[in-house]
Design a protein around this ligand. Structure first.
Ligand SMILES: Cc1cc2nc3c(=O)[nH]c(=O)nc-3n(C[C@H](O)[C@H](O)[C@H](O)COP(=O)(O)OP(=O)(O)OC[C@H]3O[C@@H](n4cnc5c(N)ncnc54)[C@H](O)[C@@H]3O)c2cc1C
Length: 508
């Protein structure tokens, strides 16, 4: 009697109940397969990082006395899909039973349901033991009506007794310290650099390229930076708590050409691979608060991201898939500009955000939302293309978290499920939050004319063309009133400028 337990590249949770006991009748199976490297073109560091972390996890299992079957990307026996590999592994290992953890991505879950059914063997699916809300509960909660994130988050804070006072109310009397968390970063305090690792992954990179996997961005295989083991991820978490948490909240919405990472945690890659558990990340922040190393606004601002946004986004994904992936409420159809793959644009903010995405596989939230996402929204880019870009370019991009953030929060293609209004901004927002506008080819103060910042005219063009639907949104009342107050000539010149830019979108 042999049981095969399939482990995916984003299921590297050493704390899972599975690994608590060593069993001779269990073989853990991990596979590096083309079905996963090819469903979208990924950043080179994403492929490298996931495979390298899988290999290290498998080695740790072997050292712990577990039986492991590992299929490398370049092995001739590898048939490159979960189903095709199980087909020959089952007789080879004389398996009589199959087990797996719930997949986080709908596409993978369907493939595994089919593969397990086709095997004809008895099977079992267990929770991956990672999230604070089980997948079915999250999906059931949001099946009919999706609450606003704020109410969902308060509920989880009460349930997990996080940052509450003795009466069960929010510590400090407020649930939300967002208002204190919107400062522009003046350059001081200095933003400490992240504790990048120095892994030499050149041999793995050679295997990946020899197998013919197509990627984008820089591999940086010689000194690969992202954490690949639980120990490294724990050290990264400790570094964040010691060096950056205290300023995280205040500067979480800031953007700067002087720091690609500011006071952000850089934990999404480790969290999404399950090298870290969200509860241990939250507990580390709470301990910092309790010992006076971070104030309430910073701590609450960070906890909100993990306990609130991350769980909320996953709930929407599982409640609304597969239909969610096809939503296009604003009927956006335009191709993404070519410079999304080269960073070759004169807009300084986008050049920096896309440039660091290509070199690091990382941009922080406000760059994703208010620079690249905002531009694609205002220009009316097709959400399918926008999704593919986000799903490929970031090392932390897995569809369960990428899709509702991109299609929902950033592109409003879900018509208001994630957010109650589009996250749109003109150059005034970018100037207020960043230091990019000084020295940019374009002028943030101009709506039209030769050097007018494209964000300005595109902002008004977006609102004007969607006035029949968005004009009814009470949260956009001020925006539409400002538009109506502009003279007819000013509005015409602004719209003409936007048309001019849209016609030359690849040359911006
Ligand atoms: C268009 C768009 C696409 C995105 N795609 C992804 C993605 O593919 N994968 C991904 O993990 N995140 C995604 N996010 C959310 C967020 O931008 C990243 O989680 C964050 O930038 C990761 O960097 P960090 O660890 O330094 O985060 P920090 O800013 O330090 O935040 C701490 C942690 O909070 C969690 N978090 C914060 N915001 C969100 C959010 N909106 N949704 C889910 N978790 C959140 C993350 O786990 C993150 O590690 C996306 C956001 C946008 C606007």
């Amino acid at each position: 009697m042999t049981c095969l337990r399939l482990l995916l590249g984003d299921q590297l949770n050493a704390g899972h109940a599975w690994f608590g006991e060593r069993r001779d009748d269990v073989v853990y199976v991990l596979m590096e397969v083309r079905s996963e490297t090819d469903y979208v073109r990924h950043h080179a560091q994403k492929v490298l990082g996931i495979f390298a972390a899988m290999r290290r996890f498998a080695e740790a299992l072997v050292q712990g006395g577990h039986r492991v079957e590992y299929l490398r990307i370049g092995e001739p026996r590898n048939r490159h899909s979960f189903a095709a590999n199980l087909d020959w592994l089952i007789p080879e290992l004389q398996a009589t039973r199959l087990e797996r953890m719930e997949a986080d991505e709908w596409r993978v879950e369907q493939a595994l349901i089919d593969a397990f059914a086709a095997s004809g063997l008895p099977g079992r699916v267990v929770s991956a033991g990672h999230f604070l809300l089980e997948r079915d509960e999250a999906a059931a909660r949001f099946a009919r009506k999706v609450p606003r994130m704020e109410f969902f988050y308060r509920d989880l804070r009460r349930r997990h007794r996080i940052l509450l006072d003795a009466d069960g109310g929010p510590l400090g009397g407020r649930w939300n310290y967002d208002a204190e968390n919107r400062a522009k970063w003046p350059g001081d305090p200095p933003a400490p650099s992240w504790p990048w690792q120095q892994h030499d992954l050149r041999a793995l990179w050679d295997e990946i390229t020899a197998a013919g996997v197509q990627t984008l961005g820089e591999p940086s295989a010689q000194s690969f930076g992202w954490p690949l083991t639980r120990r490294e991820a724990r050290a990264w978490l400790a570094d964040f708590i010691a060096q950056r948490l205290a300023h995280f909240g205040r500067y979480q919405d800031a953007i700067s050409g002087r720091s690609a990472t500011l006071f952000h945690a850089g934990l999404s890659f480790a969290l999404n691979l399950k090298l870290l558990h969200p509860r241990e990340v939250i507990d580390a922040a709470l301990a910092a608060y309790e010992s006076g190393r971070a104030d309430l606004a910073a701590t609450e601002g960070f906890v909100r991201q993990i306990l609130g946004w991350r769980e909320f986004i996953r709930g929407i994904y599982w409640a609304r898939m597969p239909g969610y992936a096809a939503l296009n409420a604003l009927q956006a159809k335009r191709a993404l500009p070519a410079w999304f793959w080269s960073a070759d644009t004169r807009m300084a903010c986008l050049r920096a955000a896309i440039g660091q995405s290509l070199t690091l596989g990382y941009a922080h939230h406000i760059q994703r939302l208010m620079l690249t996402g905002n531009f694609a929204l205002l220009a009316g880019c097709d959400p399918d293309e926008v999704d593919r870009w986000y799903l490929g370019i970031y090392v932390d991009a897995f569809e369960w978290v990428e899709l509702p953030n991109t299609r929902g929060m950033s592109q409003f293609a879900d018509g208001g499920i994630v957010g109650s209004k589009p996250y749109s901004g003109s150059a005034a927002y970018i100037q207020r939050q960043s230091d990019h506008c000084q020295g940019c080819h374009y002028r943030h103060t101009l709506r039209h004319g030769e050097r007018a910042c494209p964000f300005n005219s595109l902002y008004w063009h977006f609102h004007a063309r969607h006035q029949p639907t968005l004009g009814r949104n009470p949260r956009l009342g001020m925006t539409y009133r400002s538009w109506e107050r502009m003279s007819v000539a000013e509005r015409a010149a602004t719209l003409a400028q936007a048309e001019h830019y849209l016609a030359r979108i690849d040359q911006l």
